[in-house]
Design a protein around this ligand. Structure first.
Ligand code: GLV
Length: 324
């Protein structure tokens, strides 16, 4: 019988999808809680034809050592942990999971916005403490309707959030690399980052992490925002200088923050932001529904199987590897 190609799975993935994958490839999986050590990963990659990343850094050095590698993939739309240029230089496709998660992530981004605006968590905790009648004013919410949302990053997810915001009666401003062609129909307004900061009641960041967006939201940015602003981040934690956000919350530069991504992750009590009492943090779960996580894992599995067979993968972020 022909030998199955080896795929390294760098962390834990769904068992049902693992079972499918194992029908087609031989799997070597890292099952420990801590991230696979760099040296172990490099050694495993020496014989691998495919790799399934789980936020595992895949840098130029690891790629250079992976002599047999034909494909890399990950169940995520973001790929800031991967050196795409180094993969492309070797003609290796990288598959992410766009589209299948768009609505789910947008839904969560908007849910986080509403939860924060209406201080739902604080009010729930208040009832849990048995203090129904003693509501303090700091758990009074603000409206999103008749207010303005400024969306940083108007790709698939940003646009999907904009649709929801419009349905809730918000005006939509956005900052993006390019202006969208349909602003006249949607009524969304393409603005500079400064104008977005100055005019938005909700500033929502859903940018991909790149050299340009790394620590983009800093003290200067928070100073430009309204003192009443709600800042929401569902992009990447490293787009925000966390100590500057803490300063902005403590000094009343902005009113509140709601974050699904933070720097560093994991994040928790005693690390600063939660102690401000003006911040809501969820553990990077915007795509975390059973259906969507299944779809993401199946897409990743498909990309890997096609890749090790030398077939064109479904969602390459570097399709130029297929050009003659
Ligand atoms: C999650 O953060 C993703 O990039 O899909």
């Amino acid at each position: 019988m022909e030998k199955k190609p080896l795929v390294v799975v760098a962390g834990m993935i769904r068992k049902d999808v693992m079972a499918y994958l194992s029908e087609y490839v031989e799997i070597k999986q890292w099952t420990e809680k801590e991230t696979i050590p760099k040296e172990v990963f490099a050694e495993w990659l020496e014989d691998a034809e495919g790799v399934w990343l789980t936020k595992t850094p895949l840098d130029a050095e690891a790629i250079a050592g992976a002599k047999k590698l034909k494909v890399a993939a990950q169940s995520a739309v973001g790929y800031d942990n991967v050196d795409i240029e180094a993969l492309t230089a070797r003609g290796i496709p990288y598959g992410n999971t766009p589209d299948v998660l768009t609505e789910t992530v947008a839904e969560f981004g908007f849910a986080l916005t509403l939860t924060a605006a209406r201080r739902i968590v604080e009010n729930v905790n208040f009832v849990k403490e048995g203090k129904w009648m003693e509501r303090p004013s700091n758990i009074k919410g603000v409206d999103v309707s008749r207010n303005t949302i400024g969306i940083m990053g108007m790709g698939r997810i940003g646009t999907s959030i904009a649709r929801r915001a419009t349905a809730f009666g918000m005006e939509v401003l956005y900052f993006n690399r390019k202006q969208r062609p349909d602003d006249a129909e949607t009524g969304y307004k393409f603005v500079s980052l400064d104008e977005l900061y100055e005019k938005s009641d909700v500033v929502l960041c859903v940018l991909p992490l790149t050299e340009e967006t790394m620590y983009l939201v800093d003290k200067e940015a928070f100073k430009k925002m309204k003192n009443t602003a709600l800042f929401v981040n569902t992009g990447r934690g490293k787009e925000v200088r966390v100590e500057d956000l803490k300063w902005a919350l403590e000094n009343g530069e902005i009113d509140y923050a709601a974050l699904d991504v933070v720097d560093p992750e994991p994040y928790g009590p005693g690390m600063g932001l939660l102690e401000t009492g003006k911040c809501l943090i969820t553990p990077h779960i915007a795509s975390f529904t059973d259906r969507t996580r299944y779809d993401m894992a199946m897409l990743t599995e498909n990309n890997l199987i096609r890749g090790v067979r030398g077939e064109v993968i479904l969602t390459p972020v570097n399709p130029e590897v297929y050009k003659e």
